[in-house]
Write a protein that binds this ligand. Sequence first.
Ligand SMILES: Nc1nc2c(ncn2[C@@H]2O[C@H](COP(=O)(O)OP(=O)(O)OP(=O)(O)O)[C@@H](O)[C@H]2O)c(=O)[nH]1
Length: 451
Amino acid sequence: MFAWINASLNRKIGSVLAVSLGFLLIVISYSIYQLRVINGELREVSQVDVPLSDIMTQVEMLQLKQHLSIERFRISLQLEDQEADSIDNFTDRHQQLTHLVRRASQLIKANLNNHLIKFQPEEYQLILDEIYHFDDINNQFKQRLDKILVADNPPQAEWQELELLAENLDANVISILNRINQLMAAATRYTEQHQESFMMIETALGVCAFILSTLLAFYVIQVIRQRIHSIHQQVEELHTSLEQGSPIVRPSDHNQAPQDELGELELDLKKMIVRLSDEMSTRKEVEQQLLELATKDKLTNAFNRHKWSEQIHLLMTLSSNDKVFSLISLDVDHFKQVNDTYGHQTGDQVLIALSQLLQANLQKSEMLFRMGGEEFTLLLPNKTLAEATQAAEQLRATIAQFRQPELPAFTVSMGVAEYRLGETEDQLMSRTDDALYQSKENGRNRLTVAN
Ligand SMILES: Nc1nc2c(ncn2[C@@H]2O[C@H](COP(=O)(O)OP(=O)(O)OP(=O)(O)O)[C@@H](O)[C@H]2O)c(=O)[nH]1
C-alpha cells in the first residue's frame, strides 16, 4: 500500500498532493450536488408553494366577498330600502374565481409533469384533486346563484342550499390552504435539516481531508528524516573512522538499485565508503610494508639498527630500580671462513638460519636486531643479568648443536649485560662489546658477562 513512499521525492510529494486534491474534489463535488438539491427544494417552495398559497388566499378573499354580496342580496330582498349588489359583480367574481382555480391547477400540473415537484408529489396530487372539486362546487354554486338571482322570491330552501355550497367552498379553500401551509412548513424543515446535515458532512469531510493530508505529509517527512538520519550516521561513522584511523566498515548493500533521490545519495555515499575502505586497507598494507622496510633487515628479517636505536632509548627511559632490562650481543665465529669455504650465498643462509633459530627461542616482548655483518643483539626487557645469562647459555648451546643439510655447523660468541640506571647507550654497548671480545679472546663459542 505504501509502495509510493519508496518512489522518488517528486512522486512522494505528488502523491500527498493527489490525495489532498482528491479529497478536495470529493468535497467540492459533494457540495455542488447538495447545493443543487437544496436549491431544488427551495425553488419548489418559492415556485410552487408560495404562488399557490397566494392564489388560494385570493380565492379565499373572493369567497368572502361572495358571501357578503349574497348576504346583502338576501337582506335587500327582505328590506326594500336596502340596496342589493349588482348581478354583474357576482358573475365577475365567479369568473375571477374560476380563473384563479385554473391557474392553481395549471401551476401544480405543470410542475408535477416536469418533475419539478420532488417533495411529496402525492400531496400535491391531493391538492389538485381538491382544486378540481372546488371548481365543480363553484360551478354548481354559480348555477344555483343564477337561478336565485333571476327568481322574484326564491324559497328559503334555495338560499340554504346556496349557503351550504358556499360553506363547502370555504371549507375546501381552507383545507387546500392548510395542506399548502403544512407542505411549506415540512419542506422548510426538511431543507433546514438537509442544510444542517450537509454542513456537518462538509465539516467532517474537511476535517478528514485535513487530518489525512497532515498524517500523510507527516509520514513522508518522517521517512525522509529517517533516511537523512541514516545518511548522517554513515557520514559520522566515516568521519570517526578517519579521525581515529580505525578500519572503515564496508556497507554490504552498496549494489542495490536506489529507490529515490535520497537513495541515490545514500548509494553514492556507500560506494564512496567502499572505495575509501579499499584505499585505506591498501594504504595500511603499504604502510606496513614501508614500516617493515624501514625497521627490518631484508636478509634475516631481524630488526635493523634504526629500530634498535628507537627501542634501546625507549627501554632506557622506562627503566627503573624495579624495571630492568638486559641485552646479549653475539657474533658468528670465523664467519669469514664460512664465506671463503662455502661461498657468500651459504654465508647468507647461515645468517638466515641463525636469525630464525634465535627468533624461534625469543619470548613475547624480546627482540632480535642485526647490528651489521654477522653481529646480532638480543634485547630482553624485564630480564635480570642472571636470567639473561641463563637464556644466553641455552641459546649458545642450541646454536652449537644446530644442524641443517647443506649448511656448515657454526657457533657464536656472546657478551651479556644488564642496563645500569643512568648509564648511556655507548657505555652499555661498550661494556657488552668488551664482554663479547672477551668471549672471542677466550676461544669463542662461549659467553662472557659484562663488568
Ligand atoms: N655472506 C655474508 N658475509 C658477510 C655479510 N656481512 C659481512 N660478511 C662477512 O663476514 C666476515 C666477517 O669477518 P671477520 O670480521 O673477519 O670475522 P670472523 O671471520 O667471523 O672472525 P671472528 O669474528 O674473529 O670469529 C667478512 O668476511 C664479511 O665479508 C653478509 O651479509 N653476508
